[in-house]
Design a protein around this ligand. Structure first.
Ligand code: GLU
Length: 303
């Protein structure tokens, strides 16, 4: 039984990621769980650069006082594990030859995450038609989810229900999709509690559905509201520089940032600077704010 943090190594961890990591670690330790890390570097094309970024992400986490109970798992090492898991549900999948552009052009209502719902064109292609199209382009694999309705109780967001579309689990270039890898890996790492940003709340019904098809235990979910700037605009994209290195360069110590993050999670830090471990006993989901955190890093000082 474990909690976890699973960064994607495409950039330094920003304030939102650091807050999620702190929340995930505190929730796990308060519940007496182990803590795991996973580097979500599925995209082989970027793996080289990703290893360096992942190392500095782990360093940031350690500076904040996080520890973990086994070496971080790298998704780029796990292609064979994903292939084996796919074999267990192959009869639920079908090949899809559509391009993203074709699907977007047909979309009437995009998903909340901006992606277009799949209109199901390749669902029932004849074997001959599939053979013909394989000559033109390598197919992606989709699951037949039949708009299954999935409901769950989120520790922060409350009751959530969503329909599951025929989502992609392996891209045409053979790279497994995030939704697939995350479900396989959470189970492999014994993750019983998933704490992450609420930008992934809409994806959770897909992941729960997939876990059930694979016969895996379902973790408990807690989705933390996003971090916004003090005008209420998204911080994640615009202010990527608001990471630990940038804050340290501006004179903020990791212990000061831990105290700020703790307060943003509804906890009362023991002082203007504190060690993460001091917060474990006071952690309580009932205190977690249900609204985005409006952060104003320019106003923070170490004092
Ligand atoms: N790798 C994802 C991200 O960095 C998080 C996935 C998850 O926590 O399930 O946004």
């Amino acid at each position: 039984m474990a909690g976890r943090f699973a960064p994607t190594p495409t950039a330094a961890l920003h304030l939102g990621n650091l807050r999620t990591a702190v929340g995930a670690w505190l929730a796990a330790r308060a519940a007496g769980l182990a803590f795991r890390l996973r580097i979500e570097d599925l995209d082989q094309a970027r793996v080289q650069a990703a290893r360096g970024l992942a190392a500095s992400q782990l360093d940031d986490l350690a500076q904040l006082g996080l520890d973990w109970d086994s070496p971080a798992l790298y998704q780029s090492d796990r292609q064979l594990v994903y292939e084996r898991a796919l074999d267990r549900i192959r009869d639920l999948t079908y090949e899809c030859f559509c391009t993203r552009r074709e699907i977007a052009a047909a979309a009437l209502a995009p998903h909340p995450d901006g992606s277009a719902p799949y209109p199901g064109w390749c669902r029932d292609l004849s074997p001959a038609e599939r053979r013909r199209r394989r000559q033109l382009r390598p197919p992606a694999l989709r699951v037949r989810a039949d708009q299954a309705q999935i409901g769950f109780q989120d520790l922060v967001a409350g009751a959530v229900t969503g329909a599951v579309d025929d989502f992609v689990i392996r891209r045409g270039d053979g790279v497994f999709a995030y939704h697939f890898a995350v479900v396989v890996d959470d189970a492999a790492q014994g993750v019983s509690q998933v704490v992450r940003g609420d930008d992934l709340l809409d994806s959770t019904p897909r992941q729960i559905w997939l876990g059930r098809q694979l016969g895996l235990p379902q973790p408990v979910y807690a989705h933390l509201p996003l971090v916004l700037d003090h005008h209420g605009a998204r911080l994640a994209k615009r202010d990527r520089s608001v990471g630990l290195a940038g804050l340290r360069a501006a004179g903020l110590s990791p212990a000061r940032l831990v105290s700020i993050l703790a307060a943003s999670l509804g906890l009362t830090p023991p002082g203007p600077r504190c060690a993460l471990a001091e917060l474990v006993s006071g952690f309580d989901w009932a205190l977690t704010p249900r609204r985005p955190w409006l952060a104003d890093p320019a106003s923070w000082s170490d004092g």
